[in-house]
Design a protein around this ligand. Structure first.
Ligand code: SF4
Length: 82
């Protein structure tokens, strides 16, 4: 089934950020900070369906794994498109 989502994000130094605080990535992976800190950049939304679940206690324990700094030449490592 097709879903329609608006992802808003204020991290405007991200490669995927767009006008109006829209995330323009075709898919993103939100996960626990611990995953963001330990998994390589190649682990991202394309692997999400089979990733381990990671309960969190507060919003401060979550992160966007898809973030790539604007201007980085690493934007295509995660196989996410914009
Ligand atoms: S990829 Fe993540 S950090 Fe980057 S604009 Fe989208 S939601 Fe924000």
């Amino acid at each position: 089934m097709a879903h329609s989502h608006e992802i808003y994000c204020t991290v405007d130094n991200c490669h995927y950020w767009g006008q109006g605080n829209h995330c323009t990535a075709n898919e993103i992976l939100v996960t626990a900070d611990s995953v963001g800190a330990t998994m390589p950049d190649t682990f991202d939304a394309p692997q999400a369906a089979t990733a381990n679940t990671t309960p969190c206690g507060t919003c401060m324990e979550t992160c966007c794994k898809t973030f790539v700094p604007k201007g980085s030449d690493q934007y295509n490592v995660d196989n996410v498109l914009k």
